[in-house]
Structures are given as C-alpha cells and as structure tokens.
Design a protein around this ligand. Structure first.
Ligand code: CP
Ligand code: NVA
Length: 302
C-alpha cells in the first residue's frame, strides 16, 4: 500500500530516526551511484512560493535517478477550478509520487486520499514536516543527540511550530514556545503531542523565560505566506519576540540558533545573530536536500 508523509506522525518515531540516519549517510556520500528512483517521475505542485523546498527536491530527485516535474498549480486546470480529487486521480496515472505545497492542510489530505501514489507535504498552513526533519538532522549533527535537547521557539505558533511540537513529542526533545496571546500553535496538535510526549512541551509569553537553559533558539517569520493582510498587525504584536544578542545571552552559552528561512532580517532575527558564530541556519537549509532524498527513498524506492 502507498504511504504518504503529510505530517511527521505519518512515520513512527523509529521511522523518523531511521530517515534521519539515512539522510546523514546520504550526506556522507553513501550509495552515490545508486539510482533508486530510476524511471520514476515525481511531481512538485506548488501553490505558494519556494526556494529551498522546490529546488532541493528537484536536485534530490535528479540525484536519485528520477525525473522531477515542476507544476505551478496556477498554470494547470486546478487554477481554473478542476477539483483536487479529479486532479489527484489523473496525475496518479502519469506520476509515481508528488510533493505538494499548498494552503489549507485539508487540501493535501484530500489529494492524498484520491491519489494512488505517495504524497509528501512540502508545507501547508499548519504543517511543515520536511523542514523539521532537516532541523532534527541539524540538531543531531551539532549536539550529537536529540533526546533531552531543549528547544526554545520564539514567535508565531505556525506550521513550523506545529511540526516542531510533533517532532519533540516523538523524539524526546523538550520544547518551550514563547508566543503572544492569540498566536499559539494548533490546539489539536498540542493536545496530541502532550498525550504522546514524555518530555516537556510548554507555552510561555516571555521570550527570555523560554530562552533560559535552551540548547537551541529557533524562530520563523512573523508573517507566513498567505497572511500578508495581517502583516502590519502581526509586526506590532511580535515586536518583543525578536532573536537578538540580548535574548541569545539568556540561553546556554553553547546554544545554536535556528531559522527555517527565508528570514526577515531585523524583524524576527537580527543580522548579528543570524550571521553570528552560533547560527546554523545555512546548515539547516543544506540538510533539506539530504532529508528530502531520504523521505523519497523511503516512500518510493523499490
Ligand atoms: N524553509 C523553506 O521551506 O523554504 P522555502 O519556502 O524556500 O521552500
Ligand atoms: N511559516 C513560514 C515558513 C516558510 C518556509 C510560511 O508558512 O510562510
């Protein structure tokens, strides 16, 4: 039966750990000449902009011997009202798998339910599991382990925050989120994660309190794609949630700084911190290639 990767919870904790180990092996050059996707065409359907997700998957599919097919949904009949379900059924007869970036998470769930091929979530309004796999890989590389690592996530309770919550609950990381009131992560994701987690998952209001004892300080944009109308209001609301040198000083001295990118320098993170010695943001971005390949291998290789 085909499998999808719509949220991290579509994999068991052991499968997530296995995918991370495989990504690390691929990065070190394992099976370089193997072509597990040979003869396979993988669609990349994007309904929002992307640099990292689109290009790392395009390059990764090529490196695995497959053929990436980039699809700007606005140039297809999807943009003229053909249903998701019909599109999924039709594309399943041409393609072997698909990565989708879209708005409401329900759209990708509906696509996957009607597709006869594996579907990978390249970001929805509420989840970004591919990003968080690369984040976990980066933490493992920098800290040597995941269990017991304490992450302070400062900012919006968005798609990245939700996927981080799932990862923490599955892999035993502690996670403290500092969000302004009204901008908390998805309550359902939080409730399920707390049922599953042996480690602490906390929501606080004070960035400095969250940063205390943190091994990782993480942030993301204040205004996500699709929220442009809320831009002014959110920028005001999040003014005190910036990662700057003063906030970083509250964390452990060897804390690393993470951001899924793209960053809005001077808003959620200062350039001094982003370009400083504790920042691993470009390693995170680089790891998207290796984790993306490991996901595709798992779902699609014979
Ligand atoms: N982090 C991330 O998903 O980046 P893109 O929006 O550039 O794909
Ligand atoms: N939260 C951001 C992540 C971008 C990779 C967004 O959805 O725009």
């Amino acid at each position: 039966m085909k499998r999808d990767f719509l949220t991290l919870c579509d994999f068991s904790p052991d499968e997530v750990r296995g995918t991370l180990d495989r990504a690390i092996a691929l990065k070190r050059g394992a099976d370089k000449s193997a072509c597990p996707l040979i003869g396979k065409s993988i669609g990349l359907i994007f309904e929002k902009a992307s640099t990292r997700t689109r290009i790392s998957f395009e390059a990764g599919i090529y490196q695995l011997g497959g053929h990436p097919v980039y699809i700007n949904s606005g140039e297809t009949q999807l943009g003229r009202g053909e249903t998701i379900a019909d599109t999924a059924r039709v594309l399943s007869s041409y393609l072997d798998g698909v990565v989708i970036r879209t708005f409401a998470h329900e759209r990708i769930v509906e696509f996957a339910a009607n597709a006869g091929m594996p579907v990978v979530n390249g970001l929805t309004d509420t989840h970004h599991p591919c990003q968080v796999l690369a984040d976990m890989m980066t933490i493992k590389e920098k800290k040597g382990r995941l269990e017991g690592i304490r992450i302070a996530y400062i900012g919006d309770g968005n798609n990245v925050a939700n996927s981080l919550i799932e990862a923490a609950s599955m892999l035993g990381l502690e996670l403290v989120l500092a969000c302004p009131e009204g901008y908390e992560p998805d309550p359902f994701v939080l409730e399920k994660a707390r049922e599953r987690a042996k480690s602490e998952i906390l929501i606080l209001r004070e960035p400095r309190e969250a940063a205390g004892r943190a091994d990782v300080i993480y942030t993301d944009v204040w205004v996500s794609m699709g929220e442009e109308k809320k831009s002014e209001e959110k920028k005001k609301r999040f003014r005190d949630f910036q990662i700057n040198e003063a906030l970083l000083a509250c964390a452990k001295p060897d804390a690393i700084v993470m951001h899924c990118l793209p960053a809005h320098r001077g808003e959620e993170i200062t350039s001094a911190v982003m370009d400083g010695p504790q920042s691993v943001v470009f390693q995170q971005a680089a790891n998207r290639l290796h984790t993306g390949k490991a996901i595709l291998e798992k779902l699609l290789a014979r």
